[in-house]
Design a protein around this ligand. Structure first.
Ligand code: PMT
Length: 434
């Protein structure tokens, strides 16, 4: 991915950024011309790749003129230089935008098929890939297409959903390409967010420790805090992996959602994905204890007057992340019914976290399942910050604001040099007690 270098100004927020625009064969292909034009006006260097079908809807010459660069088509005349070119373009891209994206291209990528210039470029691309699906509403609603989209979303691809409106075939339905201005705004957002180029892993929700197939031990976590963190990090341009226990919440768009049930499953999901992660936000309420034995069949009540369950500890995910973290910034959460600073500090040290977010879950309107939260942030340098009651969305952004300088300090953003290493400290305004 090209470095996010300077040069961006208010009028040219995309100066220095390389956007590869893939155009596939849908009637909305003509709108891609305006998308390209807008991207260029914002300062982006735009390279267009068209499929053979796209070239029947809009000419490569138009796109070449508007983008100011040669247009690559999926024609076999290019095959001799194919390998080198698609990889080079994929490497240079800060973002790859497929507009419009047909069911065909989405299906191919979901199936791992790379049989033309565009699909090979998508496959080789490490930068964010954004699909703008546009098609007949029956095709859009087809479970096969929906499953392909869900799979790609889970893998971290982004989708700008189509709108409901008048479709080319003369009916009203979902499948209309959004306005080019909206598509470009989303691109700017992804490229400009202060966490762009960062990989963030969030855990959310409760865990379930099964006693038998119909009973489990769990806790009241709704996942709202963790999902708010995932949405906020994604909105700020990060690539987000959300490892979630069972919740009733909708999957945040553009986020890789990994669903788990038990602490053991969460442990494995987190450890598998930890390499390459810049920031871990551990908002999940992980069960500390699980039954020593899970019964394979329902335990009958008849004949029992009491039932003594023997429990054993679950793996401590956060402590293990703390042990393996290297340069990854790690934020722990703690749900407490009485907040004792020495205990909090002992927990911080035990789990080797860079910041501990402590909820007093006895406070009204805060903590488990509510839409708001009130927390205190504890830093390893001995400082603390008591925050007022606010929505979980606001709190998520506040936490990210606090973590951002830490992230830049211990691990440079792509394309920048790292600052000198040193102990993790609270931001200066907190140390000064402002
Ligand atoms: O989900 P909501 O309804 O929105 O509620 C939000 C919340 C109250 C659950 C959240 O804000 C919160 O405080 N989460 C952490 C709750 C918790 O498990 O606290 P703890 O003190 O038991 O654990 C401390 C830390 O260790 C947590 O980051 C936890 O994820 C982690 N842990 C705990 C046990 C374990 N086996 N593995 C862990 O990783």
């Amino acid at each position: 991915m090209a470095a996010g270098t300077g040069g961006a100004s208010g009028s040219e927020p995309l100066a220095g950024r390389v956007v590869v625009v893939g155009i596939t064969g849908g009637i909305a292909a003509y709108k891609a011309v305006e998308v390209v034009s807008r991207l260029r006006r914002l300062g982006a260097e735009v390279h267009v790749v068209m499929t053979r079908a796209a070239a029947r809807f809009v000419t490569p010459l138009t796109l070449q003129t508007i983008s100011g660069n040669p247009v690559v088509t999926g024609l076999f005349s290019r095959v001799t230089r194919w390998n080198v070119e698609h990889v080079a373009l994929a490497e240079r891209a800060d973002l790859l935008l497929v507009v419009p994206a047909t069911a065909n291209v989405v299906g191919k990528v979901a199936a791992g098929i790379a049989d033309d210039f565009l699909t090979t470029t998508i496959m080789a691309c490490r930068a964010p890939v954004v699909f703008c699906p546009s098609m007949n509403f029956r095709m859009y609603e087809n479970p096969v297409f929906q499953a392909n989209m869900a799979r790609l979303t889970e893998l971290g691809y982004h989708f700008i959903p189509p709108e409901t409106g008048w479709l080319a075939e003369g009916t009203v339905g979902v499948g209309r390409l959004p306005d080019p201005a909206r598509i470009v705004a989303e691109v700017v957002h992804l490229l400009q967010g202060d966490l762009s180029g960062r990989r963030v892993l969030v855990t959310a929700g409760p865990t379930r420790e099964m006693i038998d197939p119909v009973r489990f031990i769990s806790n009241p976590s709704s996942g709202k805090m963790g999902y708010a963190l995932a949405r906020a990090a994604r909105a700020r341009g990060a690539e987000v992996i959300l490892v979630s226990g069972p919740t009733a919440l909708a999957a945040p768009g553009g986020v890789e959602l990994v669903r788990v049930e038990s602490a053991e499953e969460m442990y494995r999901a987190v450890m598998e994905r930890l390499p390459g992660v810049d920031l871990v936000l551990k908002a999940a309420a992980v069960g500390d204890w699980r039954p020593r034995r899970t019964h394979p069949t329902k335990v009958k009540k008849e004949g029992r007057t009491a039932w003594v369950l023997e429990l054993e500890p679950t793996p401590d995910i956060l402590a293990e992340v703390g042990r393996r973290k290297g340069k990854t910034v790690v934020v722990g959460f703690a749900a407490e019914t009485e907040v004792s600073e020495p205990e909090v500090r002992a927990k911080m040290a035990r789990k080797n976290v860079d910041l501990l977010v402590v909820n007093d879950v006895t406070r009204a309107e805060a903590g488990f399942a509510s839409d708001r939260n009130q927390v205190t942030l504890f830093w390893p340098d001995g400082t603390r910050e008591d925050l007022p009651l606010m929505t979980k969305e606001e709190l998520a952004h506040r936490i990210l604001d606090r973590v951002k300088p830490l992230l830049d300090r211990v691990k440079a953003p792509p394309g920048r040099r790292e600052a000198a290493p040193g102990p993790v400290q609270a931001p200066p305004e907190i140390r000064r007690g402002e």
